[in-house]
Design a protein around this ligand. Structure first.
Ligand code: DQA
Length: 153
């Protein structure tokens, strides 16, 4: 039993960011804005805390690492907020992994992917997501956490 379970607190929310999101604020600011990944994590922590939840945050550029983290989350998190970034449009393996924890999944995209190249219009993650937030900038992470808490409370 985890500490959270032992004290009756809700399990934390897991925030995952995929490839290249470590360069937020530098990469294509006209598309993704000037906020950094640290700003995203701070916003997410504040939102989760306001709602009585802890938050764990991680980012990786390595697909296998991401899949391992998702498997390890089973039984330890209330839900997952994920920006799968480029893997959104390419990875069956990531979508398969995301069903393993059996918790709500919220998919976030900072930009409006539907206004961009056609290859960004398809998501392997959306069919297994409880909700999708697209094109609200980094505030999308806040909205996703608020909805996730509604779903698990
Ligand atoms: C993104 C959109 C993806 O198409 C892209 O590959 C990203 C970021 C977004 O947040 O808008 O890296 O997920």
């Amino acid at each position: 039993m985890s500490d959270a379970e032992a004290t009756g607190e809700p399990l934390p929310i897991l925030l995952l960011n995929g490839p290249n999101l470590n360069t937020l604020g530098v990469r294509q600011p006209e598309v993704y804005g000037t906020d950094t990944l640290a700003d995203v994590v701070e916003l997410a922590e504040q939102t989760a805390s306001e709602l009585g939840f802890g938050l764990r945050a991680a980012q990786t550029n390595h697909e296998g690492q991401m899949i391992d983290w998702i498997h390890e989350a089973r039984g330890h998190v209330s839900g997952i907020v994920i920006n799968p970034a480029g893997w959104t449009h390419t990875s069956v393996a990531l979508a398969d992994a995301l069903v393993v924890p059996e918790v709500p999944i919220m998919e976030v995209h900072i930009s409006n992917v539907h206004k961009r190249e056609a290859f960004r219009h398809h998501s392997y993650v959306s069919p297994i997501a409880s909700g999708i937030v697209v094109g609200y900038g980094i505030r999308g992470y806040e909205f996703a956490i608020r909805r996730l808490v509604e779903l698990v409370s």
